[in-house]
Design a protein around this ligand. Structure first.
Ligand code: MGD
Ligand code: MGD
Ligand code: SF4
Ligand code: MO
Length: 702
């Protein structure tokens, strides 16, 4: 039987590891995957792989994965034809918009959207026709503060400085656990080796986290911080840098540094220490050590984005890199120069041009904060959302107050989901359109090549042929667009397949026709292990899109949030605060339907410090009830001094045993949904990003 070796980048997380996949043609003509391994010839990932990649074959073979359009009739699902499905969507959505206006139809795009380039190139082909301002995505339960800070300081939301991990001497990580997540807003395959290499060359890694995470365990120093209080810690660090004159000049042209310095003059390490629970002397020493390193970089991720002052946190992180001379410097923070530049799109250039109807939350890049999705469906009146299209997402498990969202979805007039599973969210759909499985389509990483710690580019052909009648995500969008345009009587511009758009983008890009490299799709096809385009280099000065191309150190919008910070009451030491947790064998709310990933020791428990257990008379392993303002759940508790006293940790994305969900293995797993506890009213008020970490909860015996 013929065996074939394929080379392919893994699309499951941001690390974009190169894979070598062996397939074998069967006697019946079908093709089976024989093995999935790391690709040692990928110069970026150097053979690194994690257990999730091996499960790509399980997605392919999963009997629960939908393979044809399904229409819900009551609680039954019936297969229907594609054309009939497209016509149904066009009819229902156009009728709802004709009656209630464009904004009555909402869209939600989940995380896998940005890992699937055809979805990125073609979703707007259909969504653009809907002309709705009710657009939502996982951005506002994630990295929205990063974009907003870049827009304010550098002039574009996609101009995100990335850690130059391979050249730094000092890496300060707040609220990120790359050993579990494999890195985020820092595409960094093989991150453990890269962190250890910092140490091997005499450098240091410091982790700030309320939990002694997997990354904290290998770090030189771990600092416990009270959840949600990183802004205080960062103020203390920056203030020390100013006060003790530890800064270093930057080659960048900067405005507002004095203003920033004055604005935070009162935020001394001593004043901030009571909030963040880090001793003042430790804050000062951390600032001194950071400033003393020749090359240093401060990095913050999920844990500091999804908290009440997430945007302030990211502003302060940028300022710490700036005032120590590490912004746009080798070994500091540098902007990736991708072969296809996301800055070419203007989607990262506007903020607060309109607001959500009920709570007045600001738009960013044409999207509203997803914490407002349920209230926009539940609050009656003009502009109320009456229909929803979800793509590659599961907001019932991934956005705050999932139970309220369930109730809202139940009341919709029409819901369409583009997804290959009947999960906690899509079970409410009237129609589910399943795309091909990942290995059945070609792949180019538009998003994560743009945030990589080296400049890299890679295109891969499909590993498996799609089955007859199956459609790719992008083809589904084309089908929907055609049917909808026909229904509302507008002319649709022709489109090209994603690969041709990539070819054009590569040729236009900085390594394209006008450059030495002459990069095009055909070059990438000749290099299936990917092409290395070099280390990151300073380039921010030329790329700034701010007035006068100056870094804005003290944007008015960010200064305007300082009074809210000052006005917060001091933290209550008796309060128990919930934080999240990721594991290398899980991926947000999915990939739980594959035995090879869910087996092994249970990972769903609520972690609680033994002191907190004892105070409540609880014992390790007991079932407990966890309650917040919005709801309650039951789960087993595990005593662990990994978490600091006053903190409990629960992974999100679990709790699949809900009626109507058709993912059998996942539904049999224990665990509950952390977002039955997170509060849709607790937001980073500046950006509208959800607060998923630092949620006050009570825990008692179940
Ligand atoms: N409490 C708490 N909540 C969180 C987080 C947290 O840390 N704590 N993290 C937040 C973050 S960072 C994120 S990004 C969100 C993620 O939240 P979402 O984006 O809403 O959820 P996912 O679990 O990524 O959604 C996966 C869905 O996409 C489908 N899918 C996978 N691949 C494809 C594809 O190629 N095409 C299509 N059409 N569908 C596909 C899967 O079948 C699955 O149903 O969760 C957020 N929620
Ligand atoms: N295996 C796996 N990999 C993934 C994902 C996954 O679900 N599983 N999801 C992917 C996605 S969508 C994303 S966005 C990235 C996220 O990538 P990371 O940000 O690296 O993800 P987490 O592992 O959630 O790390 C967040 C850390 O913040 C800590 N934390 C919580 N609250 C606070 C706080 O108040 N202050 C501080 N300083 N720390 C806090 C948590 O304890 C945790 O260690 O991971 C991606 N990679
Ligand atoms: S770390 Fe794992 S899931 Fe992420 S890209 Fe690499 S192999 Fe895929
Ligand atoms: Mo995310």
């Amino acid at each position: 039987m013929t065996k074939t070796l394929h080379h392919r980048a893994c699309h499951l997380c941001e690390a974009i590891c190169g894979l070598t996949i062996e397939t074998e043609m069967q006697l019946d003509g079908s093709t089976q995957i024989r093995s999935i391994k790391g690709d040692p010839q990928d110069s970026f990932s150097r053979g690194h792989i994690c257990p999730k990649a091996v499960a790509l074959q399980d997605i392919q073979n999963d009997p629960d994965r939908l393979r044809q359009p399904m229409r819900r009739v009551g609680s039954e699902w019936q297969a229907i034809e594609w054309e009939e499905a497209f016509a149904l969507v066009a009819e229902r959505l156009s009728a709802i918009q004709a009656r209630h206006g464009h904004n009555a139809v909402a869209t939600y795009q989940g995380n896998p959207s940005v890992h699937n380039y055809g979805l990125m190139t073609h979703s707007n082909y259909f969504f653009g026709l809907l002309k709705t301002r009710s657009r939502f995505s996982a951005t506002s339960v994630d990295q929205l503060p990063h974009h907003l800070v870049s827009l304010q300081m550098y002039g574009h939301g996609m101009l995100l400085p990335i850690c130059d991990i391979d050249h730094t001497d000092f890496m300060l990580i707040l609220g990120g656990n790359p050993l579990a997540s494999n890195g985020s807003i820092m595409t960094v395959p093989d991150v453990e080796k890269r962190l250890k290499a910092i140490q091997a060359r005499g450098g240091k890694v410091v982790v700030v986290d309320p939990r002694r995470s997997e990354t904290a365990v290998i770090a030189d120093q771990h600092v416990f911080v009270r959840p949600g209080q990183d802004a205080a810690l960062l103020f203390g660090l920056l203030n020390t840098l100013f006060e003790e004159d530890l800064g270093r000049a930057s080659h960048l042209s900067v405005v507002g540094l004095d203003e920033a310095r004055q604005a935070i003059a009162g935020f001394t390490a001593e004043a901030m220490s009571v909030r963040c629970a880090v001793p003042a002397e430790q804050i000062r020493q951390l600032a001194r050590a950071f400033a003393a390193a020749d090359k240093a970089v401060c990095y913050g991720r999920m844990g500091v984005s999804t908290q009440a002052f997430g945007t302030l946190c990211h502003w302060l992180i940028q300022l710490i890199n700036l005032v120590t001379g590490n912004l746009d410097r080798e070994g500091g923070a540098l902007c990736t120069e991708a072969a296809i530049d996301l800055m070419a799109s203007n989607s990262g250039t506007h903020f607060n041009r309109w607001q959500s109807r009920v709570s007045g939350l600001p738009e960013y890049a044409g999207e509203l904060p997803v914490a407002a999705l349920a209230e926009e469906m539940l609050s009656e009146g003009e502009g109320q959302i009456r229909a929803l299209v979800t793509v590659a997402g599961n907001p019932v498990l991934s956005t705050p107050n999932g139970r309220q969202l369930e109730q809202a979805l139940d009341g919709l007039q029409f819901m369409l989901s583009i997804d290959f599973y009947i999960n906690e969210t899509t079970r409410y759909a009237d129609l589910i359109l399943p795309p091909t499985a990942p290995l059945e389509h070609d792949h180019y990483d538009m998003t994560f090549n743009s945030f990589a710690v080296r400049n890299v580019s890679r295109f891969n052909q499909p590993v498996l042929e799609k089955s007859a009648g199956a459609l790719h995500d992008w083809e589904i969008f084309v089908g929907l667009a055609k049917a909808f345009a026909g229904k509302i009587g507008v002319a649709l511009k022709p489109t090209l397949p994603p690969a041709q758009l990539i070819d054009a983008g590569l040729r236009r890009g900085r390594y394209g026709d006008k450059s030495e490299q002459q990069l095009s799709l055909s070059t990438l096809l000749e290099h299936p292990h990917g092409i290395d385009l070099g280390a990151l280099k300073p380039n921010l000065a030329e790329r700034l899109l701010t007035p006068g191309q100056q870094v804005q150190a003290a944007p008015a919008l960010l200064l305007s949030d300082l009074p809210r910070f000052v006005a917060q009451p001091l933290p209550d030491a008796d309060e128990l605060l919930l934080i999240g947790r990721r594991h290398v064998r899980s991926n947000n709310s999915w990939m739980h339907n594959y035995q090879r990933l869910v087996k092994g020791k249970p990972r769903h428990q609520l972690l609680m410090n033994p002191e907190d257990l004892a105070r409540r008379g609880l014992v390790d392993g007991q079932r407990v009830r966890v309650r917040s303002r919005v709801g309650a759940l039951e789960v087993e508790v595990a005593g662990s001094d990994e978490v600091m006293a006053g903190v409990v940790s629960l992974p999100h994305g679990w709790g699949h045993a809900r009626p109507g969900v058709r993912i059998a293995i996942a539904s049999a797993q224990p665990g509950a949904s952390a977002n039955d506890l997170t509060d849709e009213r607790e937001l980073d008020a500046l950006s509208g990003n959800a607060v998923l970490n630092g949620v006050p909860v009570e825990v008692c015996a179940a």
